[in-house]
Design a protein around this ligand. Structure first.
Ligand code: HEC
Ligand code: HEC
Ligand code: HEC
Length: 89
């Protein structure tokens, strides 16, 4: 019985640490900061749409990476694509 309780606690702990912060804000340069709502995206899309293997931090640095990650999927899935829908000053 004790072993089962400990196993359950470990499962709960693992589930808790596999969730990212609710929102992340990228600098976005002159165009203005970009806020990514991880929680909202996570609720609508499977983890594997963005993460390969075990979900972990994805580094986003600059336009090429940012647009490749965010814009490409938005174009393909009717997400927001206007500059001001991501960049805010
Ligand atoms: C729309 C894309 C997308 C989806 C879907 C997504 N993630 Fe993420 N995730 C990201 C991005 C981008 C980051 C990097 C955020 C940052 O810089 O802190 C991230 C970061 C993380 C991190 C690392 C957090 C940190 O600060 O170290 C974990 C853990 C994670 N995601 C788990 C998940 C899980 C679990 C799911 C599915 C339930 C999921 N993600 C779905 C894009 C996504
Ligand atoms: C795998 C696909 C995918 C990726 C990657 C993705 N998004 Fe999205 N995003 C969507 C979809 C689909 C919607 C529209 C959701 C809806 O209308 O219900 C959306 C909506 C949004 C919205 C509108 C408000 C909201 O949160 O619902 C913003 C802002 C946004 N995304 C920013 C980002 C940023 C910034 C990144 C990159 C760090 C990103 N997204 C990566 C699919 C994606
Ligand atoms: C789906 C969200 C999204 C949309 C729409 C979007 N961007 Fe971005 N953009 C990003 C992300 C994320 C970054 C990376 C931010 C960072 O690394 O600080 C970025 C970075 C940039 C940068 C580089 C900033 C820097 O100095 O590092 C420029 C310039 C830029 N975008 C211009 C635009 C323009 C112009 C449009 C409209 C045609 C646009 N973006 C639409 C998400 C978006």
């Amino acid at each position: 019985m004790k072993k089962i309780v400990i196993a359950l606690m470990l499962v709960t702990f693992a589930a808790a640490v596999s969730f990212a912060a609710d929102t992340v804000t990228y600098d976005g340069g002159k165009k203005g900061a970009v806020t990514f709502d991880h929680k909202a995206h996570q609720g609508k899309l499977e983890c594997s749409k963005c993460h390969e293997g075990t979900p972990a931090k994805i580094a986003v640095d600059g336009k090429d990476q940012g647009h490749a990650l965010c814009l490409d999927c938005h174009k393909a899935n009717n997400g927001p694509t206007k500059c001001g829908e991501c960049h805010t000053k």
